[in-house]
Design a protein around this ligand. Structure first.
Ligand code: FAD
Length: 643
């Protein structure tokens, strides 16, 4: 009874998210399955279109779905069956679609889309390309979340957040952005750097970790001793944290600059704080999750050097203990402002627009923000480039050399039915760790290398709220919550582009971003990632929803926020397979140059090449593009064009 009452107080009985979830997912797809239009394709007899096609239905619009998104239910069922030992043969003989492409791309993320773009640039506009993806939307991690609150469209990034440091992009990636019409200089105009200048950061201490719930504004702005006095931390911990933030001591005396850097690379930030800065271990919970955003594990697993380099991490997390080391000042990065309202989903959408113009109307980086994608155009028979969603590739192999020496056969499943398409070339722009299961003919060394590339799980939750007056009353725009379910909460990035206007008045409805990184401190990094993934896949949306409502109520209730009344929608972007494996950890083996698993794993195999940011071991958009361009180069380089 008591639980029911508190569920009601939190708004768990409110229709909002579940109603939209049902309308957007179950009912929407169910209805459209019945009404899938077959159109011209049926007349021309392409076998794939014998099946109903939910994407052709007018109500098929994944960006507006709420509930569990990211790696959404249904997207990974077939992949997990392959992982668990099923072979594609056990699915029965695939239906031949009768299609033959110049290039088949597995994976419709930025890398797969960029591979298609690059191939067309090299092979000409008449090149026929098929892009297959297991999700219900294109873009991979670069997904768009939409909300409608009080008649107003609110956008946010379901995954990939921003174009980070575009000045450092490779020539190829820079030129792709330019060709798509993106001029990053415009963000200096479009991103409002004044709106939050008077709003700061609060720390939220939760009672489960710190003994009582308390929200303390003034983090990173108030002098540390004063800010920490207001915390419920034990006095010793408070004083110690303040000391390490302020005393500017050289904690590595007697070492040269080079030796200091070498030492910081060898030890974790937690060890640096306790062993060298002599911070009491009681104070570690304050810092524990600072590294979650960038590394998906806590400070016990991240080298101190990484924290030194991260500096003040865009103003949210300031790493203590480095100011007195006498290392040269950190290089000032470009500001973190290159953000479309839907994040880098705009890049994915601009790529799709360039490949299939009628799928996304318009012609500029401004109008793409509010352009409504027409999913029915993605996979039409008269397109030279087709994007086929809800399709998991289960087998890729060179065709038997006698019958068709210049072909790759690609089998995918869609709605439980296996299909076979043929291509001259294939780019695997999917999660690299999946490749050994779908491409069993690869050499064992390559499969083993690919299996090493375990991705890091993380969750980008977005909560549509009816107004953000609680934040403005508290004088904050973000909350660092080291012990809570979501360890970071922030009002969305204040950027207005084209017709899209950021909700700049506190009375306006807005979107909150909340970050959760499931991990298991104490294990090696890749095992933490695996454990986190299991946790994510076992956590139902209802538990996320309850935790979100509970946490927002506890953090903001004092300023009048009522989770039952003020939450208008919830989208949990569950990235069970999130950031690419990156060799930052203390347990990273010392591979010889050229023998790193991502380098061995991306070797061309006949007419099959490997892309994805995994192939560059770095979770960034530019790496996804660079690897796509490299993969197409691998396939098309004259000496490599094997028969
Ligand atoms: C939450 C999050 C935030 C990020 N923020 C940033 C940021 O701010 N800036 C930045 O530069 N980078 C960021 N990144 C990293 C960036 O998103 C990636 O490096 C990049 O988008 C990866 O693109 P990709 O095409 O290589 O892979 P993905 O986006 O993962 O696309 C691969 C696609 O292949 C599909 N696939 C896998 N197996 C199969 C199969 N068997 N059949 C069919 N399809 C398959 C996958 O489901 C997926 O859709 C972020 C990543 C995450 C997860």
């Amino acid at each position: 009874m008591g639980k029911d009452k508190s569920d009601r107080a939190l708004g768990m009985d409110r229709e909002i998210s579940r109603r939209d979830f049902l309308n957007g997912v179950a009912i929407g797809v169910g209805a459209s399955l019945l009404s899938g239009s077959l159109g011209a394709e049926q007349l021309l007899g392409a076998a794939i279109f014998d099946e109903p096609s939910p994407e052709k239905s007018p109500d098929y619009y994944p960006p507006a779905k709420m509930g569990m998104r990211g790696n959404h239910d249904g997207s990974f069922t077939m992949a997990h069956r392959m992982r668990d030992g099923e072979s594609s043969d056990s699915l029965g003989a695939p239906k031949e679609t009768g299609e033959r492409y110049d290039l088949v791309v597995v994976g419709g993320g930025i890398s797969g889309l960029a591979a298609a773009y690059r191939f067309r640039q090299k092979a000409g506009n008449r090149a026929r390309i098929l892009i297959l993806d297991n999700h219900d939307d294109f873009g991979g991690h670069a997904k768009r979340n939409e909300f409608q609150v009080s008649g107003r469209l609110l956008l946010s990034n379901g995954g990939t957040q921003s174009i980070e440091s575009p000045g450092k992009y490779s020539a190829g990636a820079k030129s792709l952005l330019k060709e798509l019409g993106i001029d990053t200089r415009k963000f200096y105009r479009d991103y409002d750097r004044t709106l939050y200048s008077k709003l700061g950061t609060a720390a939220f201490y939760d009672k489960e970790t710190f003994g009582e719930d308390r929200l303390v504004p003034g983090m990173n702005s108030m002098p540390w001793p004063e800010f920490l006095t207001k915390s419920p931390l034990p006095e010793g911990a408070r004083k110690d944290i303040a000391r390490v933030y302020t005393e500017k001591t050289d904690y590595l005396p007697g070492l040269s600059r080079q030796e200091k850097i070498a030492e910081l690379k060898k030890i974790s930030y937690a060890e640096y704080l306790t062993k060298y800065c002599k911070l009491t271990p009681d104070a570690l919970p304050f810092f524990q999750t600072f590294t979650h955003d960038l590394y998906c594990v806590g400070i016990e697993a991240v080298p101190a050097y990484e924290c030194y380099v991260a500096g003040d991490d865009y103003g949210s997390f300031t790493y203590a203990g480095f100011d007195g080391l006498g290392l040269s000042p950190r290089q000032k990065e470009e500001p973190y402002i290159f953000h479309f309202p839907d994040g880098n989903a705009s890049i994915a959408r601009l790529l799709v627009r360039s490949l299939i113009p009628r799928a996304i109307p318009g012609s500029t980086m401004e109008d793409v923000v509010t352009a409504k994608a027409d999913y029915s155009q993605l996979d039409r028979l008269d397109n030279s480039v087709r994007v086929r969603l809800n399709s998991t590739v289960v087998n890729v192999k060179p065709a038997p050399s006698v019958s068709a020496p210049r072909e790759v056969h690609v089998t995918y499943t869609r709605g439980g039915q296996p299909y076979l398409v043929k291509g001259n070339y294939c780019v695997l722009a999917c999660y690299n760790v999946m490749i050994p299961y779908i491409c069993p003919d690869l050499p064992d060394v390559q499969k083993e290398a690919l299996s090493y590339l375990v991705k890091a799980p993380l969750v980008y939750t977005h909560v549509a709220i009816r107004n953000w007056t609680a934040f403005s009353k508290l004088g904050i725009h973000q909350i660092v919550a080291p012990g809570s379910y979501h360890t970071y909460t922030a009002l969305d990035f204040p950027v207005s582009i084209g017709k899209y206007q950021f909700p700049s008045k506190p009375e306006d409805p807005a979107v909150l971003f909340m970050l959760r990184t499931p991990c298991q401190p104490g294990l090696p990094v890749r095992d933490q990632n695996r454990a986190g993934r299991v946790e994510l896949l076992q956590t139902p949306f209802s538990q996320f929803e309850r935790n979100i409502r509970d946490q927002l109520g506890r953090m903001l209730g004092g300023a009048g926020f009522d989770p039952a009344a003020d939450i208008a929608g919830i989208t949990v972007n569950r990235w069970a397979h999130g950031y690419s494996y990156t060799p930052f950890g203390l347990d990273t083996p010392q591979w010889k140059e050229g023998e790193q698993p991502w380098v061995l794993g991306r070797k061309r195999f006949g007419r099959i090449a490997v892309a994805n940011s995994d192939a560059g071991a770095s979770a960034y958009t530019d790496v996804a593009i660079d690897q796509a361009y490299r993969a197409i180069g691998d396939l098309l380089a004259p000496q490599k064009c094997l028969a």
